[in-house]
Design a protein around this ligand. Structure first.
Ligand SMILES: [Fe+2]
Length: 288
């Protein structure tokens, strides 16, 4: 998670890299209970919906046992598997801080957890979104490399003035990505797997478009932060996603500078169409 508009440095109590102690012992029983409630309902829903690497990572990291997981415990296994660690941050951090952490295989996670009346929607990412949603995929070696490459690319994009384009890549992959498998589409995006409603909507609802992933196409597509997505992009494999990002984005950014954004629900003649969405949900939501 990252956000623009920070110029004052880390808040009081945070280190220069914006990390803080998780203070795991300070969580209340009620907070652990929120984790367990969210965990159990997603764990019941996700088999057959989330991709195998996610489910495998979830299992390997044992995120269930004691309520909100202690990062130090997760990190022992995660570091052994892929060299990644989770670090606690107070909330949204500046882009360059976020990229710097990713480039060094550290995933910044919020420490707080949502209230019991916010189980289904929360604007700012909390520890459930960040750890349950993001961390299982970091146990996969290929995805682990992709996230590091993204962080390195972020630092470069910032220098080139193309952060807005790169942010769309993160959004449509790390947060809302779908994976094509022999048994149908599966979820790998953290924004989907951490949301009960979107775990169903993203795969089953006739409303959104589901289109083949193409790096340049994705970077020309705006996204919505306030509701279900109108388009999901499907990657053929995690390896293909990683390979697509292991190139110099300079020429790509040059082309994007000269190209208009595509309307969010548009389907281009060159798109590979998995689902031609009705957009009925988005129309109904807009009419309210
Ligand atoms: Fe996220």
């Amino acid at each position: 998670m990252s956000a623009d508009g920070f110029h004052a440095g880390p808040p009081p109590g945070a280190r220069a890299d914006w990390t803080i102690d998780q203070q795991w012992a300070a969580y209340t029983p009620a907070e652990h209970e929120v984790w367990l409630t969210l965990y159990e309902r997603q764990a019941a829903l996700l088999p057959g919906r989330a991709c195998e690497p996610f489910l495998k990572g979830l299992e390997a990291l044992d995120l269930h046992r004691s309520g909100i997981p202690e990062f130090a415990r997760i990190n022992r296994e995660l570091e052994r598997l892929t060299g990644w660690t989770v670090v606690a941050v107070p909330g949204l951090v500046p882009d360059e801080v976020f990229f710097e952490h990713l480039a060094n295989r550290r995933f910044p996670a919020g420490r707080f957890i949502r209230r019991p009346d916010q189980l289904d929607y929360l604007q700012e990412p909390d520890v459930f979104h960040d750890v349950f949603g993001h961390v299982p995929m970091l146990a996969d070696p290929v995805f682990a490399d992709y996230m590091q490459a993204y962080g390195e690319g972020g630092l470069r994009a910032q220098g080139l003035g193309h952060l807005a384009h790169l942010a769309r890549l993160y959004w449509y992959t790390v947060e809302f990505g779908l994976l094509q498998t022999a048994r149908g589409l599966r979820i790998y995006g953290a924004g989907i797997v951490s949301s009960r409603a979107e775990s169903v909507f993203a795969l089953d609802d006739p409303s959104p478009n589901r289109l083949g992933f193409d790096l340049e196409r994705v970077m020309r597509t705006p996204y919505r932060i306030d509701d279900f997505q109108q388009v999901y992009f499907v990657i053929p494999s995690l390896r293909a996603l990683l390979d697509a990002t292991l190139q110099d984005f300079g020429p790509l950014y040059a082309r994007l500078s000269a190209a208009d954004d595509l309307p969010i629900a548009a389907i281009a003649p060159t798109d590979r169409v998995f689902t031609r969405g009705t957009q009925a949900y988005a129309r109904a939501a807009a009419a309210q």
